[in-house]
Write a protein that binds this ligand. Structure first.
Ligand code: TYD
Length: 215
């Protein structure tokens, strides 16, 4: 049985979602909610091992289907091992990226069949879908500049893809949000971390309140 509340953050590399996920976790903890802050790919030791396989550049090409399945495998492990039990225990789970990243990156970005990516991922997560997904939207140029300055010269396999790839990913998130009431887009260009944080809280409050009976 599911009791808790599941909130995910999505957006381009370097959009600031990890900072916002952390701030939200601190805020909700200060409000006495039991919070689990986690991320994808990863979130459990085994899923973090899969993350290393996906993101570490190697001489051998990571083929698109392998990539899709590895993200989905990491996600299935994460859901079963960490997310489901936490929700069943009535906790608020905040996850930095989830299923929409696969649709945006592997579907829109890599141009793989969206239906196929969606079906594989729905099989991976079962019935566990977010109550709220916050998409932090900034321009690709701004996002990549931040992603690269944060990690120095070393880019992971995904960050090193071309600008057009990242444009398709951004558009992908916006397209997904159009058809999906659980996804809320926050326009973040030119805004301070604090400003975005208060917009995040505005989105989270009604969702948490409607789940209140469960806490
Ligand atoms: P992340 O650690 O969130 O990187 P960043 O903090 O730079 O945004 O995610 C690592 C990379 O994995 C990121 O480039 C997006 C990519 N990714 C996918 O392509 N598909 C997925 O399903 C997930 C979860 C991540």
């Amino acid at each position: 049985m599911r009791n808790g509340c599941f909130i995910t953050f999505e957006g381009s590399d370097g959009c600031g979602k990890s900072t916002q996920a952390k701030l939200l976790a601190e805020y909700l903890t200060s409000m006495d909610y039991e919070v689990v802050l986690t991320r994808e790919p990863g979130g459990t030791p085994l899923a973090e091992n899969i993350r290393q396989v996906i993101l570490t550049p190697t001489a051998e090409t990571l083929h698109p289907m392998t990539e899709i399945l590895l993200y989905a495998a990491s996600r299935a492990q994460h859901v079963e091992e960490l997310i489901k039990p936490a929700l069943a225990a009535g906790k608020v789970v905040i996850c930095d990226r989830f299923i929409d990243s696969s649709l945006a990156y592997q579907g829109y970005g890599l141009g793989r069949d969206l239906q196929m990516v969606s079906e594989i991922n729905l099989a991976a997560v079962g019935a566990v879908l977010p109550d709220l997904t916050i998409v932090i939207d900034i321009t690709v140029e701004e996002a990549l500049e931040r992603a690269i300055s944060r990690s120095g010269q070393i880019q992971d396999r995904i960050e090193s893809r071309d600008l057009q790839f990242h444009q398709r990913v951004r558009q992908g998130f916006l397209e997904l949000a159009k058809d999906n009431p659980r996804m809320k887009v926050l326009e973040a260009s030119g805004k301070s971390i604090e400003q975005i944080h208060s917009e995040v809280i505005n989105q989270v409050q009604p969702v948490i309140s409607s789940n209140k009976a469960n806490f």
